[in-house]
Design a protein. Structure first.
Lengths: 426, 426
């Protein structure tokens, strides 16, 4: 293993990137706990305060100052315990100063391992850091750790974070479906739940898990992959109300009309001047009211769905932990420019193992929902989709509670003293 | 006990009323399980299909055809298992035909016990049925069972259904708060969660339980009791972002402006022509964006909050069950025109017992959030509020899971044969 002049083992840097999840901290715990078992090989694990920005600004959190108990508590704490960021490093030519700054900071703190916990963009960044290190003749092992509720990374069978959102959405539409069914005789007949997934319908599809038997909610799923067909949709709503007494709908925030425009914009841009998504549920609900006259209710889960550690999937928690452990093990084995991935070994019973992917193969490839996962009418999921999705929501992994509330940890997050004289402006 | 000519014990009628909750079925289970212990005194328990409408239309569900296992499963199933309705019987003079129809149906099916599980209006109806029975010389014992997420019934310390919504909202804003805190450095700085409670801020107040330490989410609560003060609100948002890096807000759907108009209408009436509430969260979020420029996210829980049996409060479940048991016991003791209530015997440690209230004292009295529960600045809850609220969310009572999903029961709901020749039009 690489060591500095004092013969101290080299340090590691870990950063959380992009939208956080219910289980990204579980990967952090897996990584840090594994490092702590190898003090001869891994010195300190530094975490970036607010992700990669922490490295650029030399704001490094010394995780060795966190107790074993607090690191273990990350396993039941949602969000990004060290802070995350939305900050994309571009190509090496364009962002050379930033890459060089990273190497400079790593060098100053004897960091020889770079772990980046994120989605496709982050895997690309990790890959580039590896390349820049080589160019600058600074040996640094770069390991990606998969994380994204969007479930859109290639090679890995699924992405940590997705299973828990999937479970939350499936549970929520089942519960709301039961509620609406009770009320439908004299009151609400249509319920619309808006879910995340701007580009791909993985989360919307997960809602379909709730419909196990004929007539179960959701009766309609509106995918971002399928252009909204108002006539067919309204017919389906009418059919559902006539046959089952009510209609429960899951709609993706990324639903588009036949011209490829976001439906969320259609109804709200005048009143609000929205520039960010969110708000397709009221548009769909109001359409139903206007055209069919049914009383409606709608919900938008937004961050609740990806932060809902209280109803996380145990499978997801286990896999997120395994990815953190595997990432550190890859580093200990001397690997570079790789990412641990989840391999599905069998479906029934579900079993999985840890595989290895090259960052070069992961970066900038988006895994879309396969066409064969959506029913022909465009409003539901196929058996094939269910076979894929069902195992990912298996098991519950409840956090501990205190005073009736989940007892989530807030780390001390103490920064290491800066060694560089120059501040870096973001 | 009253018996019919065959010396069979008289039957009971049970109906669910108004908006359903995560635990109204728990009260049904308590009532039915208690009745099943007294076959010598209580014949069949009939349930109204879709609430009181089931009685008016003579659509009576024979709960004796449901297995003990399925009745027990009601204890972990949200919504109204027999269907509920929004249908208000008015004064006796105005709605005499309906009251008389009720008595006629009860007489035809030898029903001598009327249980009505609902909020203030339902307690009023139960009271009136008792009076009409007397006038028509038909002996019927009328017992109310408290249920409302709005927590606005008098006499009872709290209402079954509320504790579970309170827990859901407190957990949700804590989780979303952790999420936003992670993202705030470069992305979302303000998060707005809209909650139910059109007239009273009980549910909004419950969000405040999550803020245990300085800086915890939520940083601002917007109550329906406090007219929205834009300037003070924006100042508070700025302060929170400056001091804690982000701002998490809980807003009641019933928030009003200084002219007493619903804020939800202000932003959406032109675009949607809304006639129902819902949608104050985007109005508040957009205001923050326009005036302060912060990136925002917002969520509307809607039915999810009251259907969330997966994170129900154990205290709430226990109390809902006790109310069902007590209601049946009151009937067995020959009582009429009463409602079991929850009495708080001590705060620390929390203990409670079952009390008895007269329907005459409960009907048409709304218990508002005491002024002393809201902090002077109007944006938070006092220690007194916390002392009241905290015990109500204590304990978890997880449903069983199957295939990764909560295993909620759907009853057979088989109707009794009609005995009356005349159909009743609603």
């Amino acid at each position: 293993m690489t060591s500095n002049s004092d013969n101290q083992p080299a340090n590691a840097f870990y950063a959380q990137s992009g939208g956080v999840t219910a289980v990204i901290n579980v990967s952090a715990a897996g990584l840090i706990e594994t490092a702590r078992k190898h003090p001869d090989k891994i010195g300190k694990v530094y975490a970036g305060k607010n992700g990669i920005i922490g490295a650029l600004k030399e704001e490094l959190i010394d995780t060795s100052l966190e107790s074993d108990t607090d690191i273990a508590a990350l396993k039941h704490t949602p969000s990004g315990a060290f802070g995350s960021c939305r900050y994309k490093l571009r190509g090496i030519d364009e962002s050379r100063a930033e890459y060089e700054r990273l190497i400079e900071v790593f060098k100053a703190h004897n960091i020889r391992y770079f772990f980046y916990n994120g989605g496709g963009d982050s895997m690309d960044t990790a890959h580039k850091v590896s390349q820049v290190g080589e160019t600058l003749d600074y040996k640094i092992q770069c390991i990606g750790i998969p994380k994204t509720v969007d479930n859109d990374l290639p090679i890995t069978d699924n992405c940590p974070g997705f299973g828990s959102v999937a479970k939350y959405i499936a549970v929520s539409i089942r519960e709301a479906g039961f509620d609406v069914a009770s009320m439908a005789a004299t009151s609400t007949k249509v319920f619309v739940l808006e879910v995340m997934g701007r580009h791909a319908g993985w989360i919307a599809a997960a809602g379909g898990i709730a419909a196990e038997n004929e007539g179960d909610a959701p009766h309609i799923i509106l995918f971002p992959e399928i252009a909204f067909d108002e006539k067919a949709f309204l017919q389906r709503v009418e059919y559902s109300v006539a046959k089952y007494g009510y209609c429960a709908i899951v709609v993706s925030e990324g639903l588009k009309n036949s011209e490829g425009k976001f439906m969320a914009d259609a109804g709200t841009i005048d009143a609000f001047g929205h520039s960010q998504l969110g708000g397709v549920a009221p548009v769909i609900a109001q359409l139903v009211k206007n055209k069919l006259g049914y009383k409606y209710h709608w919900a938008v889960s937004d961050y609740l769905q990806r932060a809902a550690r209280h109803i996380a999937s145990k499978t997801d928690v286990d896999q997120a932990y395994a990815m953190g452990v595997a990432a550190m093990n890859f580093a200990l084995e001397g690997k570079d420019a790789v990412m641990p991935a989840i391999r599905r070994d069998s479906n029934n019973p579900y079993s999985w193992s840890v595989a290895e992917a090259n960052l070069a193969d992961v970066a900038n490839v988006e895994k879309m929902l396969p066409a064969g996962y959506i029913t022909e009418d465009g409003f539901g999921i196929t058996e094939k989709a269910r076979e894929y999705l069902q195992p990912l929501i298996q098991g519950e992994d409840y956090p501990p509670y205190k005073n009736g509330m989940p007892d989530y940890v807030v780390l001390k997050n103490i920064l290491v003293e800066k060694k560089l004289k120059v501040n870096f402006e973001i």
